[in-house]
Design a protein around this ligand. Structure first.
Ligand code: SF4
Length: 806
């Protein structure tokens, strides 16, 4: 499959935004809000998630053994287990099972061609089972309402849980009215579902074979667990004489007790329900009776003769376990985690880009959403994943949503890296080869290479500013940038500063001056600790404060290392991330002044890039080297007991999350233990007795709209900023929209510009009425400044002595 060009991708996304965006957003964001509420209401959520994760790790470890265990159990129950190597193998097996219902003329006992009813199953979508059976003359009817709508519409699923999420009720009513020509046109959801229920009920009653998936398969008992809200799956399983359950081998779990956390988590994570309407557990004994619809008043028993033939001694059960690449995924250290997925769709629902375009944009041949990259790469191949993988911005909001704690962004990064390395040499490679300090091979998309080397670009642009800024903004240059690097010409480019933050800091005398300023500010190095009882408690938001407080305690305890209680005797190394160093040096200056005002002298050394930018583009080798260099550059400061403070949340997230994939564990732990987000650190100082009046304070009720940052939220670091703003006399209101849509380089890319703006507009609409708007992330600030047409500073700029008013 040839990859779409930028123009084709842009057109496709624009089309989806216009045609499916509203319906997908309404459903996906609704599910996400419900999930958050359900998670918040679950006391032992983290215990459950950890337990579920560990059961999956163990099950995938023991997969070959579990396959043999379930084979024995199902056969002991009278059924058959078939392990299908691939789609063709699975389809042929199922076709044979259906064919077995017919005579030599290919018709069933009723003289009809065999018919199959089926419940929703992504695994059967993966193998194109319907097409395979229909090619053999077998009629297949979907019985899940959403799947049936798609079958009638000849459409494909846009979500792994809500397959028809992209269609509105009105569109479905039009479809049904057109297709079924009812006496009275359908209008309401009730009319539509009642019609579907009756229509599908008839099909189920008459079907020769019922096909279901399986959410979980208990190996030692052969128990199939079906979790649905419509109850159609269990009807498909028990009504026809023959039941075929098709599922990926990864659905095996060892024992019945292992099922518990999954049953608890799956409905919560998928739709926010405490539990699904139907949780059906079947250990199909093949000698149990089938339903006799023509004798509804007679009891169902297993005694065929006395039941007048209601039971069927030939009742058949087949469990088809699909491999289709899963064994290779299991052996792949990076893709293996994908097999822990329980297909709840929470990662899709929590993703801002998914909420805008749905699975038809953010999805491959079968699977959709963030985890689809792992599934598609594993079962259909990297090319399918490459079609949509760039829609994952690495925001990490799905990480907290996933009930089995899969590092979905990392899977996306790894596959992006592999796609990069498998690409053919690019036309414009000659422009960058030898000029970029990366470790990438030819063939990497030049736009990705540009953004992945943004530190080098920024350094050169700063050294030649303002000429570089004028040049970059000139019409012909913008056209060339769009053509070669895919930078959308509608997007404002950053204005690079001639004097970097590091230069400014050195120019004012470096650390020696910072120390003098702390002394001159007359900030007591020993301050009286304020009683927590006399200060406002920080407002808890999204439950983050609890986790944050642990980090803050750490910050506070470090600040409290002095002999006297309340003494602040720390030194900070302020990390000059690329944007703060070369573009928005004001926020860097504000951070320096804030720390100094609170009694902490600062160093701003010239440090290597964190690797965050390279990771965003899937340039793992480059990021790996940058991480090592940064750790080496900070080693002396860490040895000296200095605290590393970062302004840009994405750089801190790289250190705290991704570095565990890049550096030795001891190095990561050292960095994690000694690095802080700027407002988290300020909160620690205030908690330890630093005086907020040294900062620019509000009147106690000054409203501020605060947009945190995706990765900052994942690190549970929104709450400290809120708390600091409150302690300093502001009344922060946090945005409920999760994402600004910019996501570093994402919003610059031509193919994603409209999507970026669509996501950003939701946030802007929410906060446009606020007099003061602050944002922690670089790209959040840029996006909001564009959409709101005013300045959006970092919170530390609001707090710095001297103040800042928008
Ligand atoms: S990756 Fe996690 S959140 Fe996404 S569908 Fe799978 S289990 Fe659900």
């Amino acid at each position: 499959m040839a990859q779409r060009t930028r123009t084709e991708q842009a057109d496709r996304i624009r089309h989806l935004l216009e045609t499916e965006g509203d319906a997908v957003h309404a459903s996906a964001s609704g599910f996400d809000t419900s999930r958050e509420a359900a998670y918040d209401a679950t006391d032992d959520l983290e215990v459950l998630r950890t337990e579920a994760r560990s059961i999956k790790e163990d099950a995938i470890d023991r997969l070959p053994e579990l396959i043999e265990t379930v084979r024995e159990a199902v056969e002991a129950n009278g059924g058959t287990v078939y392990v299908a190597d691939d789609a063709a193998d699975a389809n042929a097996y199922v076709a044979d099972v259906v064919d077995a219902q017919t005579d030599a003329n290919g018709v069933t006992g009723n003289g009809d061609t065999p018919s199959v009813v089926k419940s929703k199953s992504m695994t059967t979508e993966e193998i194109d089972l319907n097409e395979g059976l229909e090619a053999e003359g077998i009629e297949v009817t979907e019985t899940d309402l959403g799947e049936w709508v798609l079958q009638v519409a000849d459409d494909t699923p846009s979500h792994i849980v809500g397959p028809a999420m992209h269609l509105s009720r009105e569109e479905i009513a039009d479809l049904f009215n057109d297709r079924f020509d009812p006496d009275e046109p359908f209008e309401t959801a009730e009319e539509l579902t009642r019609f579907a229920r009756d229509h599908l009920g008839e099909h189920i009653r008459e079907a020769d074979v019922g096909i279901t998936g399986a959410n979980f398969v208990v190996a030692d008992s052969g128990t199939i667990t079906l979790v649905t809200n419509e109850g159609n799956a269990r009807k498909c399983a028990v009504t026809p004489d023959t039941h075929v359950a098709i599922t990926g081998v990864e659905k095996l779990i060892p024992t019945l007790s292992d099922l518990e956390p999954f049953v608890d988590l799956i409905a919560k994570s998928a739709t926010g329900q405490p539990i699904s309407q139907y949780v059906t557990m079947l250990s199909p004994p093949t000698d149990s009776p089938t339903l006799g619809f023509d004798r509804p008043d007679e009891p169902i028993t297993g005694d065929n003769e006395s039941a007048g033939g209601m039971g069927n001694p030939d009742r058949d059960f087949h469990l088809v376990l699909l491999d289709n690449g899963r064994t290779e995924m299991r052996e792949d250290d990076q893709l293996r985690e994908t097999l822990y997925c329980i297909r709840c769709g929470a990662c899709s629902n929590s993703c801002a880009n998914f909420q805008s375009v749905g699975g038809h944009g953010f999805g491959g041949e079968t699977y959709s959403g963030g985890i689809a990259t792992g599934w598609e790469a594993g079962v259909h191949g990297q090319e399918s994943a490459a079609e949509f993988n760039d829609l994952c911005t690495g925001c990490t909001r799905c990480v907290d949503a996933c009930p089995v704690k899969i590092d979905i962004p990392w899977i996306n990064t790894v596959v992006r890296d592999r796609v990069n390395r498998s690409s053919d040499p690019e036309t414009y490679d000659f422009l960058v080869d030898g000029l970029t300090p990366d470790l990438e091979e030819g063939g990497l998309d030049p736009g990705k290479r540009f953004f992945g080397n943004i530190g080098t670009v920024a350094k050169a642009a700063s050294a030649t500013a303002p000429v570089s800024n004028w040049l970059a903004d000139a019409g012909p240059v913008r056209a060339a940038l769009e053509h070669t690097l895919g930078i959308d010409r509608r997007r404002d480019l950053p204005a690079f500063q001639r004097e970097s933050l590091v230069d400014w800091f050195e120019g004012r005398g470096g650390f020696a001056t910072s120390k003098k300023r702390v002394a001159r500010n007359d900030v007591p190095r020993t301050v009286e600790r304020q009683s927590r009882e006399t200060t406002a408690e920080p407002r808890v938001h999204r439950g983050g404060m609890e986790a944050s407080s642990k980090r803050v305690e750490r910050a506070a305890s470090r600040a409290d290392d002095g002999d006297d209680k309340g003494e602040i005797d720390r030194e900070v190394v302020l990390y000059p991330d690329v944007y703060t160093n070369y573009v928005d040096i004001d926020r860097g200056k504000a951070a320096v002044r804030t720390l100094e005002a609170l009694g902490v002298p600062v160093r701003v050394p010239d440090l290597p890039e964190s690797g965050r930018a390279a990771l965003s583009q899937g340039m793992i080798a480059t990021a790996d080297r940058q991480a090592s260099r940064l750790y080496a550059a900070l080693a002396e400061d860490l040895d000296a007991g200095r605290d590393v403070v970062m302004i840009e949340p994405s750089d801190l997230a790289a250190v705290h999350r991704e570095y565990e994939r890049l550096l030795p564990a001891a190095s990561v732990e050292r960095l994690r233990a000694n690095s802080y987000e700027i407002c988290e650190y300020v909160y620690g100082l205030l908690e330890n007795g630093a005086d907020p009046s040294a900062l620019s304070t509000g009147d106690g009720a000054e409203p501020v709209a605060y947009h945190s940052h995706c990765q900052q939220r994942t690190l549970d670091l929104e709450a400290p900023t809120v708390a600091v703003l409150e302690r300093c006399g502001y009344a922060p209101e946090t945005s409920s929209a999760e994402c600004c849509g910019m996501a570093g380089s994402f919003g610059y890319k031509r193919e994603y510009y409209e999507l970026s703006m669509d996501v950003g507009e939701r946030l802007a609409t929410e906060i446009e009425g606020a007099e003061t708007v602050v944002a922690s992330g670089t790209s959040c600030g840029d996006q909001l400044e564009t959409l709101l047409e005013r300045e959006v500073p970092h919170p530390v700029e609001l707090l710095a002595p001297g103040g800042y008013r928008t």
